[in-house]
Design a binder for this molecule. Sequence first.
Ligand code: DC
Length: 231
Amino acid sequence: MIVAIDGPAGSGKSTVARIIARDCRLSFLDTGAMYRTVTWACLERGVDLSRDEDIAAVARDIVITFGATATGQTVACDGADVTDAIRTAEVDRNVSRVSAVPAVREAMVAQQRALSQAGDVVAEGRDIGTVVFPNADVKVFLVASAESRARRRAIQRAGGNAATGNVVDVDKSEFQQILADIVRRDELDSSRDASPLRAAADAVTIDTSDLTLDEVVGRVHDLVDQVGGAR
Ligand code: DC
C-alpha cells in the first residue's frame, strides 16, 4: 500500500502522514527532509547556490539516512545527525532554490523509490502523487490558507503544536516573517519547471484550514479504507 500526501508548506502533511503511517503500520517517508538535507549540506560546504551543477554534485555525493527514536524520526547526512539543523530559517530560505534543480530532483526521486522498495509507505512531499509514485493507492493533496499555515509554523517554532492544541504565544513580527517566507516558497515551488507543486489529477484535495487534525486524519483513513488498507 502506497499513500501519497502532497501539499504546500505548513498544510499539515507531516503530522497527518505520521499518524496514518503509525495507524496503518506503514513506513513514513519525509521527502522534504531530503531536500532540506541537500540544502543544509550546500550551505555547510559554502556552495555557490547560483550554480546548478555544484548543487547537484552535493546531492549526488551525500548519503541521507533516516532513523527512529522514541520521540520521532531523525535524519542524518553522512552519518551526522541533522534533524534540527535542517529546520532553521536559513534552510527554509534556500530550500526552494535547491529543490528546483532538475538533477537534484532526479537524485532524490531515485533514493525515494529505493527507500520505499518494500512498497508499504506513506510518503509526503510536493510531487509524490505526480512523479515519485504516480501509481500510489491513495493520493491526498492537503491545502490551507497561507495565514493558517504560517500560524501553525509560528507556533511550532515557539515550541508548541497547533495540531495537538498546544497553542503558545507567537511574536507578531516573527509571524509576519514566516507568512512572507511561506508565500514566497509557495510561489517558487508552484512555478518551477521541474515537478512543480500541483495536485495529481486523481488526488483528493482536502482544505485543512478549518478542520481539526482528527477530522483530516479521519478523511484520509476513509480513503485508505476504500482501497482495502488495514488499520
Ligand atoms: O515539506 P518541507 O517544508 O519540509 O519541504 C521543504 C522544501 O522541499 C519545500 O520548499 C519544497 C521542497 N520539496 C520538494 O520540492 N519536493 C518534495 N517532494 C518535498 C519537498
